[in-house]
Design a protein around this ligand. Structure first.
Ligand code: AR6
Length: 209
């Protein structure tokens, strides 16, 4: 687990073998299973540079805004690539508070679904930004898990227009990825720039050691 990220238990419950138990307990159980040599529950984490709209995963995550109105950055790229059906679904849903997540179809994308999650705007770090960003990951993972989706790709939520420092955001993103790995076959972090890719790779190494 990533030491720099604190010890906050996510506000969700995930099922494992049809029982509902707190996430921290299921992770402990998974560690136990792994030490007993079954490792079957573990997925893999992939960090790459690229365009998330091209990812052949079950679900891609969109760094949306609370109005689900589309915009620039990855949000614009996803809506352009997916086509109008996704925006129509977003209009029906209406709004999504910061840190929460909603799911739509994926239109023309290879992915089956899109999860839209509005990240926090960075205001210096004292306005609950870290908790809200963590909520984006926790709620996206929970929604994907509930829908039976096994492969999931994230952009660097909040680190573009919303100004969240990439290193701090990467720690949260990867920490939550490691915590949720038992429920997914693959978790992909798609970095748009080479600089972000380096930050993510270093953060991942730091979290593992
Ligand atoms: N694939 C992967 N990552 C991308 C792509 C892409 N095609 N395009 C951009 N990025 P941002 P935010 C990266 O600004 O900070 C929108 O207008 C980008 O380089 O897209 O959460 C929404 O409507 C950066 O690393 O999202 C909201 O209003 C990361 O995606 C607002 O921006 C996130 O940058 C959300 O701002």
């Amino acid at each position: 687990m990533c030491a720099a990220s604190g010890d906050r238990t996510p506000p969700i419950r995930l099922s494992l073998r049809s029982r509902l138990i707190p996430l921290n307990l299921t992770l402990n159980l998974n560690l136990l299973l792994r030490t007993q040599g079954t490792g079957a529950l573990m997925g893999k984490i992939t960090i790459k540079q690229g365009d998330i709209t091209k990812e052949a995963v079950d679900v891609i995550i969109n760094a949306a805004n609370t109005r689900l109105a589309g915009g620039g950055g990855v949000d614009g790229a996803i809506h352009r690539a997916a086509g109008p059906s996704v925006m129509e679904e977003c209009r029906v849903i209406g709004r999504c508070p910061t840190g929460q997540a909603v799911m739509t179809g994926a239109g023309r994308l290879t992915a089956k679904k899109i999860i839209h999650t509005p990240g926090p705007v960075w205001k210096g770090g004292e306005r609950g930004e870290a908790d809200l960003l963590r909520d984006c990951y926790v709620n996206s993972f929970a929604l994907a898990h509930k829908a039976g989706l096994k492969t999931i790709a994230f952009p660097a939520i909040s680190t573009g227009v919303y100004g969240y420092p990439v290193k701090e955001a990467a720690i949260i993103a990867i920490d939550e990825g490691i915590r949720h790995l038992p429920w997914f076959e693959e978790i992909v972090y798609v970095c748009f720039s080479e600089r972000d890719l380096e930050v993510y790779k270093k953060t991942y190494e730091g979290c593992r050691s």
